[in-house]
Design a binder for this molecule. Structure first.
Ligand SMILES: Nc1nc2c(c(=O)[nH]1)N[C@H]1C(S)=C(S)[C@@H](COP(=O)(O)OP(=O)(O)OC[C@H]3O[C@@H](n4cnc5c(=O)[nH]c(N)nc54)[C@H](O)[C@@H]3O)O[C@H]1N2
Ligand SMILES: Nc1nc2c(c(=O)[nH]1)N[C@H]1C(S)=C(S)[C@@H](COP(=O)(O)OP(=O)(O)OC[C@H]3O[C@@H](n4cnc5c(=O)[nH]c(N)nc54)[C@H](O)[C@@H]3O)O[C@H]1N2
Ligand SMILES: [Mo]
Length: 786
């Protein structure tokens, strides 16, 4: 396709969306067929299917094309015509495939047949479904349930997730870690503690009613691009957007609406952030402390004029712990705040002044706050700031964690949790006539430690790429093969399928875009978005292979083969008609899921409710609770000469461990992911030069050697004393013990490392035309400069 053709497509209905080049580069002309277009047109709309990428909300008054560059990539990735067949596995041994990159593995296409690993030939061989279920059941029955782990990656529907959690508990374990243990678990634990609700309090409409937004560590342009529309509308309305992020992320700076032909043709971008501050990684507690300091100072001045900046009535009626917090803030010095945040007092005060002047404020955050040793304190400090002016539980205000996987929040809602107190076990006990396990199960970190210690004997993965996503990858892979049983349910081949237990199965499933026909006809599934709204989803595509089963059918198949018969468990009837699973969900969670069946296609989703939004505080104090952090840095380690804080980042061309390509367009890094990002002054201080090849070594001080080699030094705009590298390539550097203290979320945004230079040089990604040695993106998000 020529550049001219691409430009023309911008104002036609099918092409009125941007970032076309990014998609065309990966999928060639394959994406632009009527059938694919028809599928994309159904994305995120009532009666259509819900995007498999992120969990951003699906508004009731949707656009003609309610998807973004990355949502389209995720859908197209599933729609590929490539197939990963038994013939492929006959040609390639598993050992050989371990030498392939993540990108190459997924390029093999959709898995087509259930497979069993054959150790003698080191190959995956096709097997029948019934044979697979029977053997898995036999193996599970021979293992202590406490030594089995049931992981979920955040994509499976509410229906499948409910069955999966029920199966694990009937079998006898709460070992139900999911990807949220590496993600927003810090949110679940911190928000639960201070506002009594474990998810965000904001709904879609609030964005059109607020006066200011504060962004901490969330990369909208890459990870939730549909959020750019409400952001742009807000910015145009004069809403002040203030961002704290070590990296200048393009999507938070400027945006051109790819659905607006005028903007596309004139190249007129909207400025998103009015203020943008490159805080040091781990410096957010200090920033928020400084902002609160300013709020108290302005309140002191206002009082002299008989006015208040604090929302005194709200504070009195609804909060606890203010006094202690206030004295903590007042006794914290600006010197310590500046030193830890890397920002000046004037900058922090300018940001805080926006807060003071705004009537309605929304606080937004992502992995930049959750993935730290003191991530809990990051979040509770953010809540402290919002509480001071009553910015929770009022229209146009609130705290808004932007969740990751498309149904990660929903999986927790319907029982996938290692924490028994979060699950209505008594109801399950009555509903299904069994005694559920009551002790705490393993989360992701505990599962890793259990595998390293040879205590875990079986691992069942409902989607995901566990081995690649977790910390300490090299040691984990070695320990992995000592397990007795590993079972992976997946759509595409990945690294986790190539490190196997003694008995190993790879079971291929339908994707959400595909028709799911069961005994009772074509099935609907449901998911929960980041605003706690539940949406029905119907797949329309012909399945990638006739041998695929739905995830619900796979879970039920394994459950039936594992558990003794019980008349209250109607696995066949449930799989035959998912409405019957929804009826069970509605019975277990009657407050939130009443009339589930009738409400499943509510435009915009039906709202599950949130007590904190109603200013009902289900906390220990019965109030929204201020907390006073004991530390100023979220990193959990001291600075030392030669020790850097490594941020592990996502590119615009990946979904977690799925690498779509090597173009981090929004950051201007092209052609490779093996880079070490460092600011130019810091680079010179370390005696390094652009293009120099280096290794990164762990500097965790625990005596374990961890290293990643072959990284090209690339000058990039970052604060001092910190480095950037890509997730998952950097994961071998993360100690499994390096996690948030409360939630155990791995601390991927400040990993202690040191640099070991080599004498080798390789070309860096091309520099900016003006010779600037700081890498920036090639244009605003959505703008095609061609
Ligand atoms: N296309 C695409 N979409 C995705 C994903 C994907 O991989 N690709 N992943 C999905 C998943 S599972 C998730 S959880 C979300 C993740 O989405 P995000 O929450 O946006 O996660 P990250 O991109 O890892 O990091 C967010 C930002 O934190 C900044 N940051 C790093 N350290 C700090 C710090 O100490 N302080 C502050 N203030 N900022 C910091 C980084 O520079 C980055 O811009 O996206 C989901 N959506
Ligand atoms: N260093 C570092 N590590 C991190 C992070 C970080 O920022 N830095 N982020 C963490 C976060 S936020 C997360 S959420 C985790 C992600 O960890 P995971 O959720 O485990 O990993 P994904 O890469 O999302 O999983 C991709 C695989 O899922 C399978 N898959 C895709 N669609 C389906 C489906 O519909 N059904 C099934 N059964 N399988 C499917 C495919 O086989 C694909 O290869 O990684 C964490 N790890
Ligand atoms: Mo995530």
């Amino acid at each position: 396709m020529s550049d001219r053709d691409q430009t023309v497509h911008y104002d036609s209905p099918a092409g009125g969306w941007g970032s076309l080049r990014g998609i065309a580069r990966i999928f060639g002309e394959e994406w632009n067929t009527p059938a694919v277009m028809e599928t994309l047109a159904r994305q995120n709309k009532p009666g259509g299917f819900m995007c498999v990428s992120c969990s951003w909300g699906k508004p009731a008054d949707h656009h003609a094309f309610e998807f973004c560059e990355n949502g389209a990539k995720a859908t197209l990735w599933d729609l590929t015509t490539r197939r990963c067949t038994p013939e492929f596995f006959a040609e390639h041994s598993v050992t050989e495939l371990r030498g392939w990159s993540d990108f190459e593995l997924e390029q093999t296409g959709r898995l087509t047949h259930p497979l069993r690993y054959d150790r003698a030939t080191d190959r995956y061989l096709p097997c029948g479904w019934e044979e697979a279920f029977a053997e898995i059941g036999r193996e599970l029955r021979a293992i202590d349930p406490k030594a089995a782990v049931f992981y979920a990656s955040g994509r499976a529907s509410l229906e499948t997730s409910y069955l999966y959690a029920l199966f694990a508990r009937l079998y006898g374990t709460n070992n139900l870690p999911d990807s949220s243990n590496m993600c927003h678990e810090t949110t679940s634990v911190a928000l639960k503690k201070v506002i009594g609700a474990s998810v965000g309090t904001v709904v879609f409409d609030d964005f059109s009613k607020c006066d200011a937004m504060f962004f901490f560590g969330q990369n909208t342009g890459s990870n939730s691009p549909r959020f750019l529309h409400p952001l742009q509308e807000a910015a145009k309305r004069g809403v002040k957007i203030v961002t704290f992020n070590p990296v200048r992320e393009k999507g938070l700076e400027f945006f051109i609406n790819p659905q607006s032909p005028v903007e596309m043709l004139t190249g007129k971008a909207t400025q998103i952030s009015a203020q943008y501050y490159q805080v040091r990684p781990g410096g957010d507690i200090a920033v928020l402390m400084g902002m609160c300091k300013h709020v108290f100072a302005r309140d002191d001045e206002a009082r002299k004029r008989d006015r208040r900046v604090l929302d005194v009535d709200f504070l009195k009626q609804h909060t606890a712990g203010l006094e202690e917090f206030e004295s903590k803030v007042r006794s914290t010095t600006w010197e310590s705040i500046e030193a830890e945040s890397g920002l000046s007092r004037a900058d922090i005060e300018a940001a805080a002044q926006v807060y003071v002047e705004a009537e309605r404020v929304i606080g937004i955050y992502g992995m930049g706050l959750t993935q730290h040793v003191h991530g809990f304190e990051n979040i509770t400090m953010f809540v402290n700031l919002l509480l001071l002016r009553g910015n929770i539980g009022r229209e146009g205000t609130g705290i808004s964690p932007v969740r990751g996987h498309s149904n990660v929040q929903g999986q927790r809602t319907v029982g996938i949790s290692e924490k028994p107190e979060l699950v209505p076990l008594d109801r399950l006990a009555t509903q299904f006539g069994f005694e559920p396990p009551r002790e705490e199960g393993m989360n992701t970190v505990a599962a890793c430690q259990g595998i390293l210690a040879d205590e875990v004997r079986a691992f069942f993965g409902l989607g995901g790429n566990f081995v690649r996503a977790i910390p300490e990858r090299d040691r984990m892979e070695e320990a992995w093969t000592r397990m007795r049983l590993t079972v992976q349910v997946a759509t595409k081949l990945n690294r986790s399928h190539l490190v196997n237990g003694e008995v190993a199965f790879l079971l291929p499933c339908l994707s959400r875009t595909e028709k799911d026909v069961q005994a009772g006809g074509a099935q609907v599934v449901t998911m929960e978005d980041t605003f706690s709204c539940i949406h029905g989803s119907i797949g329309h595509r012909v399945p990638a292979s006739e041998h695929l089963l739905s995830e619900a059918a796979i879970v039920a198949g394994v459950a039936k083969a594992t558990l003794p018969p019980n008349p209250r468990l109607s696995w066949d009837a449930w799989v035959g008609d998912y409405a019957r699973i929804r009826a069970e969900i509605a019975e277990t969670y009657s407050e939130e899921f009443h009339d589930f069946e009738a409400r499943k296609f509510t435009p915009g989703g039906f709202y599950r409710g949130n007590s904190a939004r109603e200013r009902i505080w289900k906390t220990e104090t019965g109030k929204a609770t201020f907390t006073s952090p004991k530390m100023m840095s979220a990193t959990g380690f001291d600075d030392a000469p030669g020790r850097y804080r490594l941020i592990t980042m996502r590119s615009n061309d990946q979904f977690n461990t799925t690498i779509y390509g090597y173009s981090d367009r929004l950051r201007g890094i092209e052609g490779t992911r093996d880079v070490l990002l460092i600011n130019p002054q810091e680079m010179r201080r370390a005696g390094l030069e652009p293009g120099q090849v280096v290794s990164l070594l762990s500097d965790a001080g625990d005596g374990v050697e961890r290293a990643v080699h072959g990284l090209v030094v690339t000058p990039f705009s970052l604060p001092d004393n910190c480095l950037g590298g890509y997730y998952p390539e950097m994961n071998p550097l993360m100690p499994v013990t390096h996690h948030d203290e409360h939630s155990k979320t791995p601390a991927a945004k400040s990993v202690p490392v040191k640099i070991r230079p080599t004498a080798e040089f390789r070309p860096v990604a091309p520099l900016e035309p003006d010779g600037h040695d700081t890498r920036t993106a090639d244009g605003p998000v959505g703008l095609d400069r061609a």
